[in-house]
Design a protein around this ligand. Structure first.
Ligand SMILES: *Cc1c(COP(=O)(O)O)cnc(C)c1O
Length: 375
């Protein structure tokens, strides 16, 4: 007989998933109950409340989509964008390119604002694109580009969207819980995230929040949302209302226990404390890497504390080092994506992974790999 699968213990310091703390793992193992059981529905309401805390919003339409971050992305686009619309899409990494795919597949026109991988979104170029495309339905951008380790100015971009009466669609998959995501203060209209990055739950859920303006835009649609599963009008019937909840799909019950537990942890720590912790460990990593002769790829001021892109020195076997880290040190880090493949490593210090001990462990292991190579 085939044995049960027992995964090895690996320290997850890549671009996600991040380490899942023991209390969150324990939550996953609790008894599965019915997804329409009033006690389960009570927990769903608490999750919505905890997500409003995490997103810093009062938006009523705040919930986790039952699928990974990519589904939150898709939910934002299929609900807000209709055939014939124009959307200004910022692309300074791989995930901006995926936003474009979503716009095009929704039958709309994507006006691209491209910036080099490794640099933040150029606000002036976005303003020009919005001016050149009056009536654009939305401005879409990635707040924390996980493919490059770059943060862009979400507040300024949301303000530009407001000024041009476009909806602001924000990818906060890697930002939520690691750096400030201030939905209401920014005036963002649709923000989606993921459970497995700075929230440190397993992958499989995508927290989203939609503003009143976004809800009005969904109500005013001329056409039906082409995705049945992600049609928020239907999803809301399940997640909202104090009375009877309409069956839409079976919620991933145990995953929701895990998200609830992870969000309780974030609430107990406090957002500002969590942000300060991510920043402090990023700085410790930067200094540790410098001491073993490694540089960060992104310029100071544009760096994400939770995702550190590290230049691979000339002559070093990028994939070989990652393999040694995994096999000899049980540490996973990420490779470069797209045009950065082979040129960078990506070290994630996300959520529960962002600790002093983890920084010291990965720096020591990387140093050892590089010394062996040189020997
Ligand atoms: C990880 C990630 C996604 C996709 O999330 P999945 O959970 O892998 O589907 C989207 N955008 C960004 C910026 C990400 O880092």
């Amino acid at each position: 007989m085939m044995p049960s699968f027992i995964p090895p213990d690996v320290l997850l310091l890549g671009p996600g998933p991040s380490p899942v703390p023991p209390n969150v793992r324990a939550a996953l193992a609790r008894p599965t109950i019915g997804h329409l059981d009033p006690r389960f529905i009570g927990m769903m309401d608490e999750i919505k409340e905890l997500l409003r805390f995490a997103f810093e919003t009062r938006n009523a339409l705040t919930l986790p989509i039952s699928a990974p971050g990519s589904a939150g992305m898709e939910a934002a686009f299929v609900n807000l964008v209709e055939p014939g619309d124009t959307v200004v899409v910022c692309r300074n990494g791989v995930f901006g390119g995926r936003m474009r795919e979503n716009v095009v597949r929704a039958g709309a026109t994507a006006v691209m604002v491209d910036d080099a991988f490794g640099t933040p979104i150029d606000i002036g170029k976005v303003e020009s694109a919005l001016k050149a495309n009056p009536g654009a339905k939305a401005l879409a951008f990635v707040h924390a580009e996980t493919s490059t380790g770059v943060v862009s100015d979400a507040q300024a971009l949301c303000r530009l969207a407001r000024e041009h009466e476009a909806l602001a669609i924000v990818d906060a998959v890697t930002s939520l819980g690691g750096i400030p995501v201030r939905a209401d203060a920014w005036g963002a209209d649709a923000i989606y995230s993921g459970s497995q990055k700075c929230l440190s739950a397993p992958p499989g859920l995508s927290p989203v929040t939609f503003s009143e303006r976004a809800v009005d835009a969904i109500r005013a649609r001329r056409t039906q949302v082409q995705s049945w599963f992600l049609d928020l009008g239907l999803v809301m019937g399940y997640w909202q209302g104090s009375g009877a909840r309409a069956y839409h799909h079976t919620a991933p019950i145990n995953m929701l226990y895990a998200l609830h537990e992870a969000l309780l942890g974030l609430e107990a720590e406090g957002l500002e404390h969590a942000f300060a912790r991510h920043l402090a460990h990023h700085e410790r990593l930067r200094d540790g890497l410098a001491a073993i002769g490694l540089d960060l790829f992104v310029a100071e001021g544009a760096r994400l504390p939770q995702l550190n892109a590290v230049r691979v020195p000339d002559g070093v076997d990028e994939a070989g080092v990652r393999r040694r880290l995994l096999e000899d040190f049980s540490i996973e880090i990420g490779a470069g994506l797209g045009e950065l493949a082979g040129r960078i490593w990506r070290i994630g210090l996300m959520g529960a992974g962002s600790t002093e001990a983890n920084v010291d462990r990965v720096v020591a292991a990387l140093g050892e790999c590089l010394r062996r190579k040189a020997a």
